[in-house]
Design a protein. Structure first.
Length: 658
């Protein structure tokens, strides 16, 4: 660069200097970016505060130190949760002279008794930063601790201590911790705790640990037909009791559900399950880890799926059903109502809100524990085992029949002169044993890598050019004239809108695979809008998925792992690579990944993660989704403007700067 050019540049750094750099201390990061800790500021996030405090009380019960928990919802959005456990320590913390351990726990992120594994063999994990976040996001918090026959208390406001720890006197008949808090309207607006939602949460916790009694209390003005003023929950049968209540008097394939519990070897935890196969059911699943709901399943789900599929294949061979070897996990799980709860040490979750368990060892532990019991369940009563096998094989036959029809249609479509497939489509041969998949890929570069990474027998690739048309704001004529949409519709072969027939869909799975960045998310949103509007039945039947490509590759020495996003990267640096010097490489797009990396991380069924996109069966919920899509993707920009304006405070500054 020439000296003349340097002379033309502005002197100094303008407004960007040391004073521009903020250092957030204490709990201020939580108040500035609550979405990073509880997933947002909506109703779900509000109730996540209740779950964090209740999980702490449950951890005391699971550890064998508490037998009773009380949950009280009062006026003014005030929630109180207490247990009769050991009580939070109140002595001075060795690393914080002059501060009680109670104050450190309430006011310091990443402090607690669950890191070393000494205080708790199993707990809700290290992802949630627990009661300190609740304290930060509450307008007022009061904690009472009954410990060593003495009662202590301390109060906080928006994460700031309001005075020293108080010693209130002797309390010979009380022990444990009580946390009472009121969520901050500055964070959550006018949102209030839903009594029915808290009541269900409280009840479900009692099912998850048979050794605990949970008492519910609710202000009279907040009660309803579904929410009593007082209730006591204790279920000796655990999940089996829960499933029995859920099934009611519905007829099932087996008279008895398959339920049980098993401790893992070497004190690694335990697993409990309850599974039934109603004759007429769309199926329902409930997954938990250390009493924390994991609605997106995860590795513990993989374990039970593998155990059931392998168990039925083995039983089929035992009774001479040779075709049983083709049973898949989906055949067993379709229509089943499943409840699974695991307790493991140091669980790993996909996000701060713990929606998905990612601990690799959970799959093996659960599969080994459940498989042995399932083999006995089938073989101890041969008629029961044959009845279940017959039901599952009917689903298997139907799946194989549809697969064969699709393969015929695919070959017919490929060979027919009148029906031409899109030129950019690289189709699969349909000769493999696995189910067929169409990957919709962003750009020709990524499409090239995907073609080399794919399994040619089962995986087809369709590259699209940039952002497709937003069908929610386009006229019917404009949609019909769009080449990208025409190619996609032709490749799928099932028609659109009223002519959409899922039976004619040429692939078992449609997988949207875009870059792990903002542009990629935008393209995925446009594609999901297309499927929601033009092929809703395809979505409702569960054929649509989102791929989960990594954003980073982390390397230390010879070890390399992949991270989905910034939070996952931070987690891996603190766990897998703790104390090591890590080299971080950021993928700018799928096209930057070599075929082997793309196959291992995003395309291979053995190692990838997929997110299934579905529509709820209830009409009211589908109508609410349609209204939301119309607001955010429709023709009226005012709706989008209002949405952004109302949620501007939730946007991460880093995204804006990017």
């Amino acid at each position: 660069m020439s000296d003349d050019l340097f002379d033309k540049l502005p002197a100094g750094g303008g407004d960007y200097d040391a004073s521009s750099i903020e250092v957030l201390e204490g709990l201020e990061p939580v108040r500035r970016r609550p979405g990073m800790y509880i997933g947002g500021t909506d109703e779900r996030a509000l109730h996540h505060l209740a779950a964090e405090v209740l999980d702490n009380a449950m951890d005391e019960a699971v550890a064998g130190h508490a037998t009773r928990i009380e949950v009280t919802l009062g006026e003014g959005n005030r929630l109180s949760i207490s247990d009769n456990g050991r009580g939070i320590p109140v002595d001075e913390h060795p690393k914080f002279p002059g501060k009680s351990t109670l104050e450190v726990i309430l006011c310091t992120l990443h402090s607690g008794g669950k890191f070393s594994g000494k205080a708790y063999a199993t707990s809700g994990g290290l992802h949630g930063v627990g009661v300190s976040v609740v304290n930060a996001l509450s307008v007022h918090t009061r904690v009472e601790v009954a410990r060593d026959r003495q009662l202590y208390a301390q109060e906080f406001a928006r994460g700031i201590t309001q005075g020293p720890l108080q010693k209130l006197g002797a309390t010979p008949n009380r022990r444990g911790t009580t946390v009472a808090f009121t969520p901050d309207p500055e964070i959550f607006g006018d949102r209030q705790f839903k009594p029915s939602r808290l009541f269900r949460l409280t009840r479900s916790k009692a099912y998850l640990f048979a050794g605990v009694e949970i008492r519910w209390k609710c202000a009279p003005s907040l009660t309803s037909d579904d929410v009593p003023a007082e209730a006591v929950f204790q279920f000796p049968g655990g999940l089996a009791d829960h499933l029995s209540e859920q099934i009611g008097d519905r007829e099932c394939v087996t008279a008895q559900p398959f339920s049980g519990r098993q401790d893992f070897a070497d004190e690694q935890g335990r697993v409990e399950w309850a599974i039934a196969w109603p004759l007429w059911s769309d199926g329902a699943t409930s997954w938990y880890c250390n009493t924390v709901p994991t609605p997106d399943g995860g590795t513990h789900e993989q374990g039970v799926r593998a155990a059931l599929a392998k168990g039925l294949r083995g039983f089929g061979e035992l009774v001479g059903q040779k075709k049983a070897k083709e049973i898949s996990a989906d055949d067993v799980m379709t229509g089943a109502e499943v409840m699974l709860s695991v307790f493991i040490r140091e669980p790993q979750f996909q996000s701060q809100t713990k929606d998905r368990l990612t601990s690799p060892e959970a799959a093996r532990l659960v599969e080994n524990a459940v498989r042995d019991h399932f083999d006995h369940f089938l073989a101890d009563n041969m008629e029961r085992g044959k009845a279940l096998l017959g039901q599952v094989m009917e689903r298997m036959d139907e799946r194989l029949r549809r697969k064969a029809e699709r393969e015929v249609k695919r070959k017919t479509a490929t060979n027919a002169k009148k029906l031409r497939l899109p030129g950019k489509l690289t189709d699969c041969s349909g000769e493999g044993d696995g189910e067929s998949e169409l990957f919709i890929v962003e750009g020709d570069s990524a499409g090239g890598s995907a073609k080399m990474a794919r399994n040619r027998k089962t995986q087809a690739i369709l590259p699209i050019r940039g952002k497709i048309l937003n069908v929610a704001s386009a006229s019917a004529d404009k949609i019909r004239a769009n080449q990208e949409i025409a190619d996609l519709t032709l490749a799928l072969g099932c028609g659109v809108r009223k002519d959409c027939d899922p039976e004619n869909l040429r692939y078992d799975r449609i997988i949207i695979m875009t870059d792990a960045d903002v542009d990629g998310a935008h393209i995925a949103t446009l594609l999901m809008t297309f499927f929601f509007q033009e092929m809703a039945e395809i979505v409702r039947r569960g054929h649509l998925f989102l791929a989960q490509p990594p954003l980073y590759r982390l390397t230390a020495g010879k070890e390399s792992v992949y991270a989905r996003d910034d939070a996952h990267r931070d987690e891996l640096e603190q766990t897998v690579f703790k104390g090591k010097k890590v080299e971080v490489a950021r993928f700018k797009g799928l096209g930057e990944m070599n075929p082997q990396q793309l196959r291992e991380t995003t395309m291979s069924p053995d190692s990838r993660s997929l997110v299934r996109i579905t529509l709820p069966p209830e009409f009211e919920q589908r109508a609410a989704i349609k209204e939301l899509v119309d607001q955010l993707m429709g023709r009226n920009p005012e709706h989008r403007f209002n949405f952004i304006q109302n949620r501007a405070g939730e946007i991460d500054r880093d995204l804006i700067d990017a």
